[in-house]
Design a protein around this ligand. Structure first.
Ligand code: TXE
Length: 490
C-alpha cells in the first residue's frame, strides 16, 4: 500500500517502516514497545528494521536516485520547494508527533519541523545553483573541469532528540546534492521521521528517494555496514560514533559526524543580567530538559555579578512549570527514558557524595502527578571542580554547573578546558571583548547574547570531540557531494 497522508493524522502514530513509498514490516524486522516518557506507558508497538529491510531500502534508494538524477534540474528544485511547502502544511502534525516521540513540550515541539522546513527551502534554492568550475592547467591548452557529484545512496543516522532537526540539517542537503537517503531514526523517536517520509511521497519525491527505517543499534549497525552506501552522516554520542566509524571502516565508507557537547556559557559583569538569566535557564536545564547537544551546561559568571545572576537565574528556574508536554504552559518535560533518568540521577548522586560541587537547587525526581513519568527537577551545582565528571561529561539532562571567574583570560581557559567543542555562549555588551573571546574559544559555533538558533545560512558543527561535520551553508551541501576533475586534451 503506497503511503498517503491520512485525514487529521496529527496523532495517528506510524509504526511500520517506509521503504519505496510503502509501509513495510519486513522479514528480519522486530517489534518494540515505544514508551511515552511523560507517563512511562507504551504508546505504540513499532517495527524496527533488520538487515533484510536495510538491503531492501538500499536497493529501492539506488533505483530512486537514478530516477531523481534523470529529472531536469529545475524539476528537482521545484519538487524540493513543494516538499518545503508540504512540511509547512504539516508543522502541527509533525510537532505533535515529536511530542509522542520523546515528550518535548508543545511550546517548542513545532520548532524542529520549522527548522526542517527552513533548511529544505534553503537547499531547494541550491539545487540549480550548485556549480562546478573550470580551471586553467599549466603547460597545456587543455580544458580542466571540476564537477561536484552525488554519492548515490547516503545513510543518515539521527539521535532520538531531534529526528526532524536532522531532516533539515542532513536530509535536505543530501537530496539537493542529488542523493537518495536512508534515514534511520532511533527506536526512541520514530514517529515524526516516518510521517516526514510519508510527506516526501505525497510531495512528489520518487518513492524510495527517502526511506525511513527506525531501528536500534542492531539495525543501525546493519545500515552502516552496508556496502551500498556512498556516505554516512551520523549524529549522536561519541561512544556510538566510535562504533560507527569502526564498522564503516570495513568498506572505507566516509562518515561525517555531529556529536555531543559540554558547552560553556560565559557571563561578563557588563551583561544584561535579566537576559542572561533567561538565556541560561532555557539553553541550560529547561530547553528539552537539557537533552540537547547545544545545552549550555557549564556556566561561568564574573565575580562582580555572581550573586545577582544566581538570584535571577534560580528565580527563572523556580517559576518554570513542569508537567504534561501537551500543556502550552509547561516549560520542562521528562527525560527520554527510565535508563536515562536513572543515569542522570546517578550522576547527581555521585556529584553530591563526591563533593564535586554544591547543590544549589533540584537534584531529585519529580513526584506528584508527574510521578509516573521520567521527570527530573532543574538541577544546579555551584563551586564545581572543573575536572570533575560533573564538569567534563555530557549529562544530557536538566543539570548545569555554575563557576565563578575573575577575568577574561580565566574565563577563556575554563571554557576551553573540555574535550568537547560544539557550542559556546558569551554574554557581554562589549563588542571588542565579544570578538576577542569568540576568536579564543575552541568551539565550532559561538553565540553572543543569544541562544543557539541554528539557521541554514550559517554552517553548524563542532571542534575536538564534538564531531567534524557541518550542516548549513554551502559547507552543508558539500558534505554530500564528491568532487570529480576532468581534464580534456584539446
Ligand atoms: O545518541 P546515540 P542518542 C548527541 C548528544 C548525545 C547523543 C544523544 O549530544 O550525545 O546525541 O542521542 C544509533 N551503529 N547529539 O542517545 O546513542 C541509535 O539508534 C549505528 C548531537 O540517540 O549515539 C541512534 O539512532 N547506529 C547532535 C543514533 O545511533 C547506531 C544533536 C544515535 O545514538 C549504533 C543531537 C551503531 N552501533 C544529539 N548504536 C549535534 N551535534 O548536532 C546506536 N546507533
Amino acid at each position: 500500500m503506497t503511503a498517503v497522508i491520512g485525514p487529521d493524522n496529527a496523532d495517528v502514530l506510524p509504526t511500520e517502516l517506509l521503504i519505496g513509498g510503502d509501509w513495510v514490516t519486513g522479514s528480519s524486522a522486530v517489534t518494540y514497545d515505544h514508551i511515552y516518557p511523560a507517563t512511562g506507558e507504551p504508546n505504540a508497538k513499532i517495527t524496527l528494521a533488520g538487515p533484510d529491510e536495510v538491503d531492501q531500502a538500499v536497493a529501492s534508494a539506488r533505483e530512486a536516485q537514478r530516477e531523481w538524477m534523470s529529472l531536469p534540474i529545475g524539476r528537482r528544485r521545484d519538487i524540493m520547494f513543494d516538499l518545503a511547502d508540504a512540511v509547512h502544511d504539516n508543522i502541527d502534525t509533525l510537532g505533535r508527533l515529536s511530542i509522542h516521540d520523546f515528550a518535548v513540550p508543545i511550546r517548542t515541539a513545532p520548532g524542529h519541523a520549522m527548522l526542517a522546513e527552513s533548511f529544505i527551502r534553503y537547499y531547494a534554492g541550491h539545487v540549480d545553483k550548485a556549480h562546478g568550475q573550470n580551471s586553467e592547467v599549466s603547460g597545456k591548452h587543455d580544458l580542466n573541469i571540476v564537477d561536484r557529484e552525488p554519492y548515490g545512496v547516503v545513510g543518515v543516522i539521527a539521535p532520538w532528540n531531534g529526528p526532524m532537526v536532522v531532516v533539515g540539517l542532513n536530509v535536505a542537503p543530501a537530496l539537493a546534492a542529488g542523493n537518495a537517503v536512508i534515514l534511520k531514526p532511533s527506536e526512541l523517536s520514530p514517529f515524526s521521521a516516518l510521517r516526514f517520509g510519508e510527506i516526501c511521497v505525497a510531495a512528489g519525491l520518487p518513492p524510495g528517494l527517502v526511506n525511513v527505517l527506525p531501528s536500534d543499534a542492531t539495525g543501525g549497525r546493519s545500515l552502516v555496514a552496508h556496502p551500498g552506501l556512498g556516505k554516512i552522516h551520523f549524529t549522536g554520542g561519541g561512544v556510538t560514533a566510535r562504533q560507527v566509524l569502526t564498522t564503516a571502516a570495513a568498506n572505507l565508507t566516509p562518515v561525517a559526524t555531529e556529536l555531543g557537547g559540554k558547552s560553556a556559557n560565559i557571563i561578563f559583569a557588563d551583561a544584561d543580567l535579566d537576559q542572561a538569566a533567561i538565556l541560561s535557564a532555557w539553553q541550560g536545564p529547561l530547553g528539552q530538559s537539557g537533552q540537547s547537544c547545544a545545552c549550555a551546561s557549564r556556566i561561568f559568571v564574573q565575580d562582580e555579578v555572581y550573586d545577582e545572576f544566581m538570584q535571577r537565574f534560580l528565580a527563572v528556574l523556580a517559576a518554570a512549570k513542569i508537567g504534561d508536554p501537551f500543556d502550552p504552559e509547561v516549560m520542562l518535560g521528562p527525560v527520554v527514558s527510565e535508563p536515562a533518568m536513572n543515569r542522570i540521577l546517578g550522576l547527581i548522586d555521585n556529584a553530591v557524595q563526591g563533593k564535586h560541587g554544591t547543590l544549589a537547587t533540584g537534584g531529585q525526581r519529580v513526584g506528584g502527578e508527574c510521578g509516573d513519568g521520567y521527570y527530573i527537577q532543574p538541577t544546579v551545582f555551584t563551586d564545581v571542580e572543573n575536572r570533575s565528571p560533573l564538569a567534563t561529561t555530557e549529562i544530557f539532562g536538566p543539570v548545569v554547573s555554575v563557576t565563578r571567574f575573575h577575568d577574561e583570560s580565566e574565563a577563556i581557559a575554563l571554557a576551553n578546558d573540555s574535550d568537547y567543542g560544539l557550542n559556546a555562549y558569551v554574554q557581554t555588551m562589549n563588542l571588542p571583548r565579544a570578538h576577542r573571546v569568540s576568536r579564543a574559544l575552541q568551539s565550532g559555533s559561538v553565540w553572543i547574547n543569544r541562544n543557539s538558533d541554528i539557521s541554514p545560512q550559517g554552517p553548524y558543527g563542532g571542534f575536538k570531540q564534538s564531531g567534524s561535520g557541518r550542516a548549513g551553508g554551502i559547507e552543508g551541501l558539500q558534505e554530500f557531494q564528491q568532487i570529480k576533475n576532468t581534464r580534456i586534451g584539446l
